[in-house]
Design a protein around this ligand. Structure first.
Ligand SMILES: [Zn+2]
Length: 279
């Protein structure tokens, strides 16, 4: 899956580095993955900003989106139900709706199925980890296809909650509070249940695989630092050097799909020769 990075060349030591990373994954007690937008680029989801970015193409969502929702939830819901009024929302929904998981998402799902990966924390709202088969996923910024109760944090998928356009915003059947899209908007706090779970996972984590993100934005920025402070290992998987690279225990440079698939292969089929003296 290197198509997204046509000019990328693998470094000569990469295979040995992947083997070393795999040895740490096999020896770990509690592996957690932390993923970001870079992992979904290979699934055809452009980054938000920059040339060809979603917001560059469709316009940016309002920087005070959550405040606007709270001030007039009915109007915010009307816009959600009629996304043509908000081109950025229509563009986002269409792009995310088309996207399919790539080899990187699949490799993490397989690691989880093998009992090697406890949880995937993601900054992505595209739901591709779940589509790839991952079960233990903490979506820091929500999931664009879900709704969430602002009272009890219950999530609603698809037609689980009937939304009546004549009676907006919809109310939670459990607690009566209003329901909004699960995607965390600008100005909106990270949902407490997700944040708590992230800190629980990070607190137990001794090996963290960071893929497709430089983890520079709160709260994700804290997670690899916390693992390193506790004496754990951080394995970085990014196509280009990032702010995390000098801090990472092992930095694997390359497209997430290819590198994670090879990491999975090494975890499943350890090569004693390559790892000797490196792990
Ligand atoms: Zn509720």
């Amino acid at each position: 899956m290197a198509e997204a990075y046509p000019h990328f060349e693998l470094t000569p030591t990469l295979d040995a580095d992947i083997a070393a990373a795999a040895a740490r994954v096999r020896a770990a007690r509690h592996v957690v993955a932390l993923t970001g937008a870079g992992l979904s680029v290979e699934s055809g989801i452009p980054p938000f900003r920059g040339p060809g970015g979603l917001w560059t193409t469709y316009g940016e969502p309002p920087m005070d989106g959550y405040q606007r929702f709270l001030e007039d939830p009915k109007a915010a819901w009307e816009a959600r139900l009629n996304p043509k009024k908000e081109p950025w929302l229509a563009g986002l929904s269409e792009t995310l709706g088309r996207a399919k998981p790539n080899d990187g998402h699949r490799a993490l799902a397989e690691l989880e199925a093998d009992g090697r990966l406890a949880c995937t924390i993601t900054q992505n709202i595209d739901g591709l980890h779940g589509q790839a088969g991952s079960r233990a996923v903490a979506e820091i910024h929500g999931n664009y296809s879900l709704l969430r109760c602002l009272g009890c944090t219950r999530r609603f998928a698809g037609d689980e909650l009937a939304v009546d356009p004549a009676n907006l915003p919809p109310a939670c059947p459990d607690c009566g509070e209003m329901v909004k899209g699960d995607t965390v908007q600008f100005g909106e706090p990270i949902p407490q249940d997700v944040l708590r779970r992230c800190y629980e996972e990070v607190g137990r984590c001794d090996v963290m695989i960071v893929a497709g993100t430089s983890a520079t934005v709160f709260p994700a920025a804290d997670f690899p630092m916390e693992v390193l402070r506790g004496g754990g290992t951080v394995i970085e998987v990014n196509p280009l050097p990032s702010e995390l690279t000098p801090l990472a225990t092992v930095a694997l440079q390359g497209p997430g799909g290819e590198i994670l698939a090879r990491l999975l292969d090494h975890v499943r089929n350890p090569s004693a020769q390559l790892e000797e003296g490196r792990a």
